[in-house]
Design a protein around this ligand. Sequence first.
Ligand code: GLP
Length: 271
Amino acid sequence: MVRDVKAAKTTLDPSIRITVCDTAEGAQALVADRIAATLVSGGVTGHGAVLGLATGRTPRGVYAELVRRYERRELSFGEAWAFNLDEYWPLPPEHPASFTAAMRRDLVDRVDLDPEHWWIPDGGCPEDRLAEHAREFEARVVATGGLDLQLLGIGRNGHVAFNEPGSPADGRTRKVELQAETLEDAAAAFGGVEWVPRSAITMGLGTIARARRLLLVALGSHKAGIVGRALAGSATPDVPASLLRGHPGLEVILDRAAAAELPAQEGALPA
Ligand code: GLP
């Protein structure tokens, strides 16, 4: 029995589609290809693709590449709808360290996405309206026909969006408390850990798992350990990203550094 447990911890599920790129730039270009293809497809409803967007350092190069392609008129967000995963709370959306401000700087204000077709949780929402705000957010995702493609990063502790270790697999959009590592990782953006909001509003793992496709992206050697635990360790709420492994539309795109602690897998294709 002990041998079985060990095997489970060191074997990659061959059904997970993993692509390992030589460089971070290569991985970001591949992610941009996936988003571009989703935009062109018009989404499953035919009324425009519904994108789930993410923040953090990882997707920034992806957004830069999408902006370049937009400027070369190779793609358009004109028909698209977009939802962002999460936002710090309480935090005014116009605060420069907010995810709202980052998304505007990196993508939303630089392409032809209709601002009326873009939703991100409101860090300025009063406390007594939070539950209603979260319900409205969920309802909007459903009303657009659901997410065609959700882009995801992974936090140092395995969090996805702001679903910290211990989060339920079927969780919905809600207010959550941030854990110590997450606060530390955000400290630089806020000029010190004491300025980082202690809470956030996040899509739940259940909301995320309803997306038709999930694109999990990790870059750099500092992600290698958690990527190994998320993809090859036990599926456990201690590593929230591991709970998405059974999703039939999951694709993982890594650079070589982030893939360093994965066991060999026949399906891992060089890009
Ligand atoms: C934040 C976001 C996550 C993101 C994570 C990793 O916590 N809420 O959605 O995946 O940061 O960010 P980075 O890409 O900067 O490592």
